[in-house]
Write a protein that binds this ligand. Structure first.
Ligand code: SF4
Ligand code: SF4
Length: 198
């Protein structure tokens, strides 16, 4: 395979310096490569849950010096959240946590080879705690969800709801009940949320 080279602009370089500054001191990916399997990479049309063709599992990236911007700036939460102990390192946990949507959604991207890894302890009880705390932030809730490949399961305090694949033009919508309670969760078109209430 010919080596892929992705140019980094000065503006992206600046962003990367800021992102690198968030990494917990002395923490490094080391032998972990899990994000190169569990998340989708549009630049390579790589779906979630399969290894990137450039990955060298356990050793890193085969195009490390020329990898695309999206890979350089995509640290998992374990790399930047000092409150997450070593058991949260993705190569141990078998899932990688990524925050998105301005921190309003925290997703565990699970290794399809260990699809139930997120249900083990101490992980599962933490997901439940975070789900409740996230809902209590209403109206600006934080969603806690799990992706195995492209299939999404929303973690709620009292149950887990598998909603299936979520398209680029789709979002999760919640019907709220009492504080911390969700009556229903569904996938809807993003555009439909902007429509004025009837
Ligand atoms: S999942 Fe996290 S620790 Fe593992 S290689 Fe990716 S960024 Fe590094
Ligand atoms: S290009 Fe490298 S860093 Fe990016 S997903 Fe592929 S193996 Fe991982």
């Amino acid at each position: 395979m010919s080596a892929a080279v992705f140019e980094i602009t000065p503006e992206q370089q600046e962003k990367l310096a800021a992102i690198d500054g968030k990494v917990v001191p002395a923490r490094s990916c080391g032998t972990c490569s899990l994000c190169c399997k569990v998340v989708s990479i549009a630049e390579f049309q790589k779906p979630a849950g399969v290894w990137c063709s450039h990955a060298k599992p356990g050793k890193g990236c085969g195009i490390h010096l020329t990898r695309p911007f999206v890979c350089r700036g995509a640290y998992c939460e374990w790399m930047i959240a000092k409150g997450l102990g070593d058991e949260w390192k993705p190569e141990i946990a078998k899932f990688a946590l990524f925050a998105r949507e301005n921190g309003n959604r925290l997703t565990a991207h699970v290794d399809p080879g260990n699809p139930a890894a997120w249900r083990r302890e101490p992980y599962y009880r933490n997901f439940k705690d975070w789900a409740l705390k996230g809902l209590l932030r209403r109206p600006h809730i934080q969603i806690i969800d799990v992706m195995v490949g492209e299939i999404c399961t929303v973690v709620l305090p009292d149950r887990d709801v598998t909603v299936g694949a979520i398209g680029q033009d789709e979002v999760l919508q919640f019907d709220h009940g009492a504080p911390g309670e969700v009556k229903a969760v569904r996938v809807v078109k993003r555009a439909s949320l902007a429509a004025p209430a009837a």
